[in-house]
Design a protein around this ligand. Structure first.
Ligand code: ADP
Length: 353
């Protein structure tokens, strides 16, 4: 270290953007020498004046050297003071680093406990949803049992008006059961309990029930439903029950959000590795900026549509999680007023052409 380099009287505020000089490392060395009574204020002033004169003459000489040359201080003392100053600065820097570390640790702890609390609340909420759903299911099972007995006239003949009323009750009970099932599934997902048991599944068989149900619902609403399924048997790697649920969910939505006179289509196309499944409709569509939102739990795009179309806003959240548990993802293409297409893929194990 060339200590002499560090002996200049530095400006009070070295410019932070300027080059890093020894002066900027040992600010106000002249003042430090005066404070320790190693030079007098008068000597400092003389030295500064001499430095100014030299600078005007085009020479840059550091203050320390001038003080040594003036005989105000010897080189050894100067070196010692500069070293002390540097050590002081280093200690101050280390101190401030330690303080910073402590503050970071405190903040991290606070965030960690806030996160723990949040996880605990989420767990409680999921448990609550799971419990309440199971509790709701038990009386509903009794209701549907008796309504079924009424509708089959096992409990006695019904007048046409009574039969009509029982049919309405049956439909309402079915909807309620659907909502409760969504809630139970959702609480499982929230608790991380959703596990797809992947095994070979005959795809045509898995979608036969959703296709049949979609035909009935679409026809009842005056919608044309078509399905374009592969003619040959295709075996995919899937959790049959869950994938059946996803297909039903996408078809239900397509029918729900398509007005009478519209069209809904289920298409499956196989390539060498994947079976690509899409559900398209000519319904109300989704605005481009809202495509991600539809996957958020309890999210329905427009409050008025909730009242008009019903639902919990959980269907797509669950469908996404299930497809992800199959190492896939759901994509959406949609145009407001024109319709939507929801697609995902499953891995083919065997294609029996
Ligand atoms: P739910 O249908 O019970 O409201 P979902 O999670 O299935 O819940 O869907 C979330 C929202 O995404 C719906 O409320 C609707 O606003 C929008 N959406 C889903 N499917 C369609 C579709 N095929 N066409 C238009 N909007 C849709």
């Amino acid at each position: 270290m060339v200590l002499d380099e560090m002996t200049s009287q530095t400006p009070r505020h070295p410019t932070p953007t300027g080059p890093l000089t020894p002066e900027s490392l040992v600010p106000r060395l002249g003042d430090a020498l005066v404070e320790r009574k190693l030079i007098t204020p008068g000597q400092l002033e003389d030295a500064l004046q001499r430095q100014g004169e030299l600078r005007q003459g085009g020479r840059k000489v550091l203050l320390g050297r001038i003080l040594v040359e003036m005989g105000a201080i010897n080189q050894e003392t100067l070196d010692r003071i500069v070293t002390e100053q540097i050590l002081q600065l280093r200690n101050a820097l280390e101190d401030s680093n330690r303080q910073l570390e402590i503050r970071v640790q405190l903040r991290t702890q606070e965030l960690r406990s806030a996160l723990d609390r949040l996880s605990e609340l989420t767990r409680l909420k999921s448990n609550f949803i799971a419990n309440i759903s199971h509790e709701l299911r038990t009386p509903l099972t009794h209701l549907t049992g008796y309504v079924d007995l009424l509708s089959t006239q096992d409990l006695g003949p019904l007048t046409p008006d009574q039969a009509q009323a029982v049919q309405v009750m049956q439909k309402a009970a079915e909807r309620l059961d659907h909502l409760i099932q969504d809630l139970i599934q959702f609480s499982l997902v929230e608790r991380g309990d959703i596990q797809a048991v992947l095994q070979p599944v005959n795809f045509l068989q898995a979608c036969s029930h959703p296709v049949e149900a979609a035909h009935q619902k679409a026809t009842a609403k005056g919608i044309l439903f078509t399905s374009m399924l592969p003619e040959e048997e295709i075996i995919v790697l899937a959790d049959e029950e869950k994938i059946e649920w996803v297909i039903s969910q996408l078809l239900d939505n397509a029918i729900k959000f398509t007005p009478p006179g519209g069209m809904v289509q289920l298409t499956c196309r196989a390539d060498d590795t994947f079976l690509h499944i899409s559900v398209s409709d000519t319904g109300i569509g989704i605005p481009p900026g809202k495509l991600e939102e539809v996957f958020e739990p309890f999210h329905q795009l427009d409050g008025s549509s909730t009242r008009r179309y019903g639902g919990t806003g959980l269907g797509l959240t669950l469908a996404k999680k299930i497809v992800e548990a199959h190492q896939g993802s759901i994509s959406i293409e949609s145009e407001p007023g024109k319709g939507s297409t929801f697609s995902f893929s499953l891995t083919i194990i065997q294609n029996t052409i």
